[in-house]
Design a protein around this ligand. Structure first.
Ligand code: 6PG
Length: 277
């Protein structure tokens, strides 16, 4: 597949459009490396931001954590053309999830984005809604975050069907098929009412604070940024689900009236049907 080729799944031969994770609003782009993936993600961010501000006067985006998106956030701060074009004053940054740590801790998602992007912007230029991971009680941290979100989305009439309608939600995917902090067999997978919850992750023996599936699936657009060979087995299973195969949390990201775009590097796509990736 040509670098950056964007094919809706209907057009892709060999990647059968089966399973709920692949529906008519899903598209896939595959890039030679994470630098090209970041550049394309930056262009997509800008396009969606401009459209949202033109249509509604604001652009709401939830950022994903982990390592993959760091190149994108860095580009937003350092690529002069991109930085000059982003409507910062009308952009509202939220987070898809956060670790239960203070913002100055090494594994804080906020710290990662702050170092890559926010610290390089003039103070007050944009709007940042941080998840308060430092709050000792994780459930209280989730409630504070949800209260902040409700205040914003309700004030801007951006609640639809009882949930916030983000213009864009960036997501990553772990090698176990988790997304945001919705890990396999974790309690938050069952949440149907709350916007934000504290999710106990048994493997890590800790809570994480995360947006819930109803919020993810209420977005106008979800972009999954997935890179690295460690993701290839799950990517292949998600794109080629077998009836007896496991159900991964990422497969439950199915925007009810929005688009879903997979942006993969070739390493993560390396197990997709030969000649199609
Ligand atoms: C987090 C993210 C998480 C991440 C995946 C992929 O808090 O870490 O929200 O869902 O996106 O684990 O992480 P990498 O990009 O580091 O592979």
């Amino acid at each position: 597949m040509r670098q950056g080729a964007c094919l809706s799944l209907q057009l892709q031969r060999g990647i059968r459009n089966r399973g709920s994770a692949m529906n008519a609003n899903t598209s896939v782009e595959i890039f030679a490396d994470v630098a090209r993936l970041a550049a394309a993600a930056g262009s997509r961010f800008l396009g969606l931001a401009r459209d949202a501000v033109a249509a509604r006067g604001a652009f709401t985006v939830a950022l994903s954590g982990g390592a993959t998106p760091k190149g994108l956030y860095t580009l937003m701060a350092t690529d002069h053309r991109l930085r000059a074009a982003i409507p910062w004053a009308d952009t509202h940054f939220f987070f898809g999830d956060e670790r239960h740590v203070a913002p100055d801790q090494a594994d804080s998602n906020f710290r990662m984005v702050d170092e890559a992007l926010f610290q390089h912007l003039p103070p007050g230029l944009t709007h940042i809604h941080r998840i308060p991971g430092e709050v000792a009680d994780a459930a209280e941290a989730a409630s504070i975050c949800e209260e902040d979100m409700r205040g914003f989305f309700e004030a801007h009439c951006l609640v639809d069907g009882g949930f916030p309608r983000f213009d864009l939600i960036f997501l990553g995917m772990g090698p176990d098929g988790h997304t945001a902090s919705l890990f396999p067999e974790s309690p938050a997978l069952l949440e149907t009412h709350r916007w934000v919850v504290a999710n106990w992750i048994e493997r890590f023996k800790t809570h994480r604070i995360t947006l819930t599936f109803p919020v993810l699936n209420n977005a106008r657009g979800v972009v999954l940024l997935v890179a690295g060979a460690s993701k290839a087995p799950v990517v292949a299973e998600v794109f080629e689900p077998t009836p007896a195969g496991p159900a991964y949390p990422v497969q439950r990201v199915v925007p009810r009236s929005g688009t879903k775009r997979w942006m993969l590097d070739e390493a993560a796509a390396s197990r997709l049907p030969k000649g199609k990736a």
